[in-house]
Design a binder for this molecule. Structure first.
Ligand SMILES: *Cc1c(COP(=O)(O)O)cnc(C)c1O
Length: 390
């Protein structure tokens, strides 16, 4: 093995999904069943997911991005409408608004939680505002109680981008509840490998509205009136119809079989992620000026990412390069959508400042955090960060 290869072999990644023989067995069982795309495994995954988050309905789709698209479509969002959201998020959040022909209106975040500042919403509301698309960024719940209260006052819909937030809990009207109930109108989850549980790619939409759930199910499968599973199992001949223009946004049974195992593993995944976060907070307290993430008293995050704010004396790129030289992967803070070339021409509002969003992108660094991160590797990360910052 060359020196370069051994370097790569020992590099600590930013994340690593926890998959073993159980997922392999589940895929094998599905392959042998002969039904590969959306079918019985998807239906079972939906039931188990709905039960876990406490939602009346859960509809599986191909990604969180497609979930967000269908959620906004169900609300009738279209050209001329404005949707209030954050720039400080993965670009897919704002893209979903543009897929509908609507305009994203960006508001700033709170530096402590990296989530939408509820006080910034009201000044951004006008006659064209239809909905708030809030994000539970990096698994940390946003202040749903305040956001939903503002939305209800102005008759706006609330869609939760819960891509990172499976297993996250919040204190809502005096009760601890899981994200996805949903507390707004619709919540959207992701099963990309960067998230807390994975199906390779995949998404889920939860809602308490039966008619929206039925609409999601038609749209995800070409607008088909009778799902193919139903036709195949029927004892009389059934002809399907196409009454609306739909999409192919299906999750496959192969993916759902993996998702069901991942969901069973989730309590242990969360426990391990939380113990890594506690250890980071303890050990990183030794670096003067470094700010570690903290949960508000009403929040219990799943620690999808561990995002620290650097002391003023440290350059972001230099710290990340120094970590890389020690064989440690890291990521910069969440990128601001309004700074990307794809959004140059979008009139997201020039009058509003997104200072905290920009500072978080420029001053934060995400550290490795995953269930299999050993104590030894964690100490390596802390030592390298000390070396880069002191
Ligand atoms: C990952 C992510 C998405 C996109 O999820 P996909 O399943 O990859 O489409 C959307 N929003 C946020 C906040 C994310 O982190």
């Amino acid at each position: 093995m060359s020196a370069a290869m051994s370097m790569v072999a020992t590099r600590i990644p930013i994340t690593a999904p926890w998959l073993d023989d159980q997922e392999i067995e589940a895929v094998g069982r599905t392959l042998r069943s002969g039904w590969l795309t959306q079918g019985p495994e998807v239906a079972a995954f939906e039931r188990e997911f709905a039960e876990y988050v406490g939602a009346p309905h859960a509809c599986a789709v191909s990604s969180c991005t497609t979930a967000l698209h269908l959620a906004l479509r169900a609300l009738g969002i279209g050209p001329g409408d404005e949707v209030i959201t954050v720039s400080h998020s993965f670009i897919a959040t704002a893209n979903a608004i543009r897929y509908c022909g609507a305009t994203p209106v960006f508001v700033d975040i709170e530096p402590a939680t990296l989530n939408m500042n509820p006080a910034a919403i009201e000044p951004a509301i006008n006659a064209r505002t239809r909905a708030i698309l809030c994000v539970h960024q990096l698994g940390m719940p946003c202040d749903l109680e305040a956001i939903v209260a503002t939305a209800r006052r102005y008759g706006l819909w609330v869609v939760e981008d819960a891509a990172c937030a499976i297993g996250t809990e919040l204190l809502f009207q005096g009760q601890w509840e899981r994200i996805g109930k949903p507390h707004g109108d619709i919540a959207c989850f992701s099963f990309h490998p960067r998230k807390v549980i994975t199906t390779g790619d995949g998404g889920m939409i939860t809602t308490s509205r039966t008619e929206w759930d039925a609409q999601f199910r038609r749209w995800r499968q070409h607008g088909m009136s009778v799902p193919d599973v139903v036709r195949h199992e029927a004892s009389t001949v059934l002809f399907e119809t196409y009454d609306t223009v739909g999409f192919n946004y299906r999750l496959t049974d192969l993916q759902a079989a993996v998702g069901r195992v991942q969901l069973r593993r989730l309590p242990e995944i969360l426990e391990r992620r939380r113990s890594v976060a506690v250890r980071y907070a303890t050990l990183l307290a030794g670096i003067p000026g470094l700010r570690v993430p903290e949960e508000p008293v009403w929040a219990r995050t799943n620690w999808q990412s561990y995002c620290v704010r650097l002391p003023d004396r440290c350059g972001q790129r230099q710290v990340m390069q120094s970590l890389l030289n020690h064989g440690i992967a890291s990521k910069r803070g969440v990128m601001c959508t309004h700074r990307t070339a794809a959004y140059e021409t979008v009139p997201w509002s020039a009058s509003r400042t997104l200072r905290e969003s920009e500072r978080a992108e420029d001053r934060c660094v995400m550290l490795p955090l995953y269930p299999g991160l050993s104590d030894m590797d964690l100490e390596r990360v802390v030592a390298a960060l000390c070396d880069a910052c002191l």
